[in-house]
Design a protein around this ligand. Structure first.
Ligand code: DAH
Length: 348
């Protein structure tokens, strides 16, 4: 018994003095002392030889011995732990990712595309013309000779006025009707085109007016084209654009390039006709000017006005967009405010 106690004491010293050079020696320590065939187990096995009256105190001693070996192993394992593979802050895989910002088409582009698509279904081709125009295509050819009072209907940005001398007058086109002139110059009837584009007028910028805006012009010339064709075409257009419930009305008007001329109103798409600021409490909104192409305009391009007739119309893309998306300040279209533009993400 005395011998066993001395042996345990020696073991304790050995354990306390032990130092490992690496993880391999730690493992050897574990096997030697705490393995299934280790010394701690062997010493425990001596319990059966201990006289009954000493069992309690010997048991305590053994427990201390075992705890010592275990504590030493843990200490060794910690100081020889393999280096952590992942360093840096913990990653939260459940966090949502950063949103991907997707661009959007400009609302005016969306509406112009839709307008073009509708007229294409009726067989209209697309024609485009220059934004910097000469006086003839913008005014003269459209039956607005110099000094014609109707020139005052549109405040023009001139690039070179007649009084500047030397050569033709240049201006920023005031309407897409100038593209009608260019089409008639180049094509013979039957002609069926729409001309989308940007136009310019010398207006003070406000919620209701801008110095540039967009139009879509239409021109249809053939034998036997009548005012009924004009009405039906435009009625089809607004039904496709705004739905079958839209109502239309034509009011007599005046444009130098058409005779007779009419403006077309539709039932207000904002208030449904009950009256609001947009329709000035009338329930109707004007969306376009139109008419039968003036014989003089046809003759300007050598088109026989006894054989051919035609209709034409011009409408503002901003106005159609306002009614479709309830945009009530024209300036929003050109301010590039991301909060406005974002609302059209995903619209195609
Ligand atoms: N050019 C006109 C404007 O800007 C709109 C217009 C009216 C175009 C009648 C036409 C038309 O082709 O026939 O106010």
């Amino acid at each position: 018994m005395e011998q066993l106690l001395q042996q345990i004491e020696k073991y304790k010293q050995e354990i306390a003095a032990f130092a490992a050079a690496g993880a391999d020696e730690v493992e050897q320590f574990r096997i030697k002392w705490l393995g299934t065939k280790g010394l701690v187990k062997a010493v425990m096995g001596e319990m059966k030889n201990v006289p009954n009256d000493q069992k309690k105190s010997f048991g305590q001693l053994l427990n201390e011995f075992k705890s010592l070996a275990e504590a030493k192993l843990e200490e060794l394992q910690q100081s020889h732990a393999p280096a952590a593979v992942v360093t840096g802050p913990a990653i939260d895989f459940a966090l949502p990712g950063d949103p991907v910002t997707v661009g959007s088409r400009h609302p005016l582009t969306l509406v112009r595309n839709e307008m073009v698509a509708i007229f294409k279904r009726l067989g209209f081709a697309v024609a485009e013309g220059p934004e910097i125009e000469d006086d003839w295509h913008n005014f003269g050819a459209m039956n607005l000779p110099e000094d014609h009072p109707a020139r005052d209907m549109q405040d023009t940005f001139y690039i070179r006025k007649p009084e500047d001398g030397n050569g033709p007058t240049w201006l920023l086109r005031t309407h897409t009707s100038s593209t009608q002139a260019r089409v008639m110059e180049e094509q013979k009837p039957p002609i069926r085109v729409i001309c989308p584009g940007r136009v310019y007028r010398n207006e003070t910028i406000s919620a209701r007016a801008h110095c540039f805006f967009h139009q879509v012009e239409g021109l249809y010339i053939d034998e036997n084209v009548s005012f009924a064709d004009l009405k039906q075409t435009l009625y089809f257009f607004v039904q496709e654009m705004f739905g079958k419930d839209v109502k239309v009305r034509f009011r007599p008007s005046y444009f130098p390039f058409t005779e007779p001329s009419a403006e077309m109103d539709i039932s207000c798409q904002i208030c449904g006709g009950s009256g609001c600021n947009i329709c000035k409490h009338t329930g109707w909104v004007e969306i376009l000017g139109s008419g039968m192409v003036h014989p003089k305009v046809l003759e300007n391009f050598g088109i026989d006005s006894n054989k051919y007739t035609g209709f034409a119309f011009g409408m503002g893309v901003e106005r159609i967009t306002q009614l479709k998306y309830q945009v009530n300040d024209l300036r929003l279209y050109s301010q590039n405010d991301i909060r406005f533009l974002k609302q059209f993400t995903g619209v195609v």
